[in-house]
Design a binder for this molecule. Sequence first.
Ligand code: GTP
Ligand code: MG
Length: 285
Amino acid sequence: MGRPNVGKSTLLNSLVGTKLAIVSPKPQTTRTRILGIKTSPQAQIIFVDTPGIHPHAGSLLNQRMVETALHTLHDTDVSVFLVDAQRGVIPADEEIAQRLRGIRAPVIVVVNKIDLIARSTLLPLLERLALLLPEREIVPLSARTGENSAELLKLVSASLPIGVALYPGDELTDQSERVLAQEAVREQLFLHTQQEVPYTTAVVVEEFTEKPEKSLIFIRAVIYVERPSQRAIIIGERGSRLKQIGQAARLQLAHFFGCKVFLELFVKVSKGWTNNLGMLKELGL
Ligand SMILES: Nc1nc2c(ncn2[C@@H]2O[C@H](COP(=O)(O)OP(=O)(O)OP(=O)(O)O)[C@@H](O)[C@H]2O)c(=O)[nH]1
Ligand SMILES: [Mg+2]
């Protein structure tokens, strides 16, 4: 866990070795908790990616995302707290650290994105974190390059309780294929639109049909936005943006599922859905 944009989802993907959680340069990309399961002969580690925790959650959607993350805090055997090496420790990190001080389970502090900083700036950051969370292990690493992530795996494994595996050895996530498709579209919305637009979008997969005879998956999804102006932005001039979004998502999904994917996208307006509890629940948020 950690603030938005510190690289939690990137780390989950890198540790499990498969892209399971969507990633974008914008904060608040992840909206739900996402399992990434890593099974080795020694251990089964169930990583839980969470939405970023931040103090000023505006919409009901945002508040629920932060609640989801905070609930997870009491639900795991080990907590891994990420900070962004380039941004350093900011007040929002300190607030999370404060919460973590009360946790009885082991907490490992990860300083992520060390590929972006000079080694000389790392030491003061490590000292600062040692004061903030005394007697916790601190692991500097890069989720992007994988540098030093083996050290984190070692520490996590050592902290796990002895028990039976909870998932079959070949299972990688708890997300359904529909959810993976929905998230692939949402990732492209985050990458192709700016300012408030990505935050007003939700994706629902209405049809997901495997056609084995053609080794093809047919997916029909609806993109919800809050206002007609946002709908126009997503569609773009003569449908150009929606086409780009669909193409990129389709390629990702074809790669993930290992077959051809036919992806049909529609954009609909659902007024004020980010503050509508009924709609949020329908969307699983
Ligand atoms: N250079 C560098 N960039 C990274 C690293 N880890 C993550 N990033 C980038 O940081 C940005 C945010 O990454 P995410 O994994 O989406 O961050 P997150 O913490 O899951 O964010 P939320 O889901 O919004 O809470 C993306 O642009 C990533 O590519 C890293 O180790 N090095
Ligand atoms: Mg994320």
